[in-house]
Design a protein around this ligand. Structure first.
Ligand SMILES: *[C@@H]1O[C@H](CO)[C@@H](O)[C@H](O)[C@H]1NC(C)=O
Ligand SMILES: *[C@@H]1O[C@H](CO)[C@@H](O)[C@H](O)[C@H]1NC(C)=O
Ligand SMILES: *[C@@H]1O[C@H](CO)[C@@H](O)[C@H](O)[C@H]1NC(C)=O
Ligand SMILES: CC(=O)N[C@H]1CO[C@H](CO)[C@@H](O)[C@@H]1O
Length: 241
């Protein structure tokens, strides 16, 4: 799988906490409560680009290209998605957002009611033994999406400031439901297209399970990228002291 996310060059100079973000102080006895609220608020603020961080508007987030290669199994389909608009990231609700400064880790548990990928697609292969082929517009929607996301950091000192360089990130995700809509399958043959869309939707669970590593990796990369841009640009001192 190849992912091309945020290929724009970075031209950053000076940074600090974005003006519409809330700060929390480590010496505050309610520090933990404060920063989970601040993080939750911060997420809702990402509906505008933040140029200093090279952080685009996340609602929707534009992803130029995503590909998933067929490799046997019940979903043996070469899938190419282009010019994707990812909807729903800023509606993420945090259930847990916990920093451990000793271990240099961040654990997040979060939910997104509706996470939708609106893309131009090209499909070629077999799904559940049926031929699927076509290109056009598509909408793939994950409902009640749940994520457990963990990151570990390395401390990097620049002058008097300490930054968290993102190391390994892990994501485990689940979805309550999935809905597929591929327009113009089989060169616009409506009957065949409607039929395949129904088969996909009736069997969404099996398809999700089969493509889980790919879907999960797409979301992990997106979350890692957003998080990295913030931690790279704001020191711990600017965030918390
Ligand atoms: C400490 O960090 C490692 C990964 O760097 C992680 O596996 C472990 O669960 C963390 N421990 C705590 C207590 O957060
Ligand atoms: C932070 O991580 C350390 C291990 O590096 C662990 O001993 C400690 O309990 C963790 N703190 C919390 C609040 O989880
Ligand atoms: C990831 O986060 C979850 C939820 O906070 C936690 O239970 C789990 O131990 C973490 N795993 C790692 C490897 O840090
Ligand atoms: C000044 C600064 O730290 N800029 C960083 C902002 O984030 C981007 C993307 O991660 C980095 O490449 C910059 O170095």
């Amino acid at each position: 799988m190849k992912l091309l996310i945020f290929l724009i060059a970075v031209t950053t100079t000076q940074c600090s906490v974005p003006p519409n973000f809330k700060r929390c102080l480590r010496k505050d006895p309610e520090f933990k409560k404060c920063y989970i609220k601040a993080a939750q608020f911060g997420i809702t603020q990402l509906t505008k680009p933040y140029k200093a961080f090279d952080l685009p508007n996340l609602e929707p987030l534009l992803v130029p290209s995503l590909t998933i290669a067929g490799r046997g199994g019940v979903v043996d389909v070469d899938q190419t998605f282009k010019n994707c608009k990812v909807h729903g990231l800023t509606t993420m609700k945090l259930d847990k957002f916990e920093l451990n400064f000793t271990n240099k880790t961040l654990d997040i548990v979060a939910g997104i009611k509706k996470l939708a990928f609106e893309c131009e697609y090209k499909l070629d292969g077999k799904v559940l033994l049926l031929t699927i082929q076509g290109e056009g517009d598509s909408l793939i929607t994950f409902s009640d999406f749940r994520a457990v996301f963990n990151a570990s950091f390395e401390e990097v000192t620049k002058g008097a400031k300490t930054y968290y360089k993102t190391g390994r990130t892990e994501l485990v995700s689940r979805t309550g439901n999935m809905h597929f809509q591929f327009d113009n399958l089989f060169n616009g043959n409506k009957e065949l297209g409607d039929n395949i869309n129904s088969v996909l939707n009736d069997n969404w669970k099996q398809i999700f399970d089969e493509l889980y590593p790919d879907y999960n990796e797409v979301v992990r990369r997106i979350l890692t990228d957003i998080m990295t841009k913030i931690w790279d640009n704001v020191s711990l001192e600017e965030f918390f002291d």
